[in-house]
Design a protein around this ligand. Structure first.
Ligand SMILES: [Fe+2]
Ligand SMILES: [Fe+2]
Length: 273
């Protein structure tokens, strides 16, 4: 099975490159399942239902999120009816939406997707280790799930690496999101879980985390906010991780980073050819 995971989509630049490049990638590379983190897709803050549906139209099977998921208030409502939108599973009880789901891939595989959020340098949350443990016990890899994909939305690489090794062998892929900067530590762990500390963002990298850089620079220099953060509007880079998953075990065989368009050096897509 061929899995593609795309990092946080930031604003119009991020949406444009995903919508332009993803359908062709899915067709050319015969990708079976696509997960996209969409937490910054609407003007850099949150996601609207219209944008969520546009990402599905482009080929996303599931849209994950993180701390920005409810920045657009309408997400509090449509998260309830859109099963393909996930918010972190370790939000407090009573939070709208859901943190996991079982979805059919194009090859017929049942893919469990879990979205969890870290706690180091992040808002206080329930324990992500315990929350994910409960999800995996309810729907284990090799039993009810043919593949398991976890989006671990966290700031600290230490927490992401500890999380990945803790669950190594029980998920097909554990992919970090939130920092908007891709790390080059993508690999298959000893228990055959694919891992990358952070997959990066889909957006304009000529920016500070996808935002126009003048205001962040000013705030670092003066500590005085003088304008709103706005997504940077230059050409976007589509940034993700491709994972080849063994159909029998549901564990990873190989990974490759994917970067297309924009200012980053392009990688792939010879991985699956
Ligand atoms: Fe983000
Ligand atoms: Fe985030």
């Amino acid at each position: 099975m061929r899995l593609l995971f795309l990092g946080d989509v930031v604003g119009r630049s991020g949406r444009a490159v995903v919508i332009e490049r993803l359908p062709g990638l899915i067709a050319d590379q015969r990708i079976d399942f696509v997960a996209i983190n969409g937490e910054n897709a609407a003007g850099g803050f949150g996601i609207t239902e219209e944008i969520f549906l546009a990402l599905l139209d482009a080929g996303a099977d599931v849209v994950t999120s993180g701390n920005h998921v409810f920045d657009q208030r309408e997400a509090l409502v449509f998260a309830e009816r859109q099963e393909r939108l996930l918010r972190p599973v370790n939000y407090p009880k009573g939070t709208p939406g859901r943190g996991s789901g079982l979805f059919a891939a194009r090859n017929g595989a049942r893919v469990l997707v879990i979205n969890a959020m870290g706690r180091v340098f992040m808002d206080p949350m329930d324990d992500p280790f315990a929350a994910v443990e409960r999800e995996l016990e309810a729907c284990p890899l090799g039993e009810q799930a043919d593949a398991v994909v976890i989006d671990f939305h966290a700031e600290a690489t230490s927490e992401k690496q500890a999380f990945a090794y803790h669950f190594d062998g029980r998920a097909s892929a554990i992919i970090g999101t939130h920092t908007h900067a891709p790390t080059s530590d993508y690999r298959v762990l000893p228990g055959r879980t694919a891992f990358q500390s952070d997959v990066g963002m889909c957006g304009d990298y000529e920016s500070v985390l996808g935002m126009e850089k003048d205001e962040p620079i000013r705030r670092f220099l003066t500590k005085v906010p003088s304008a709103r953060f706005a997504p940077s509007g230059g050409p976007g880079t589509l940034t993700g991780l491709a994972v080849e998953i063994d159909d029998d075990s549901g564990l990873a065989r190989a990974v490759a980073p994917l970067r297309l368009g924009g200012v980053l050096a392009e990688t792939m897509p010879g991985f699956w050819q």
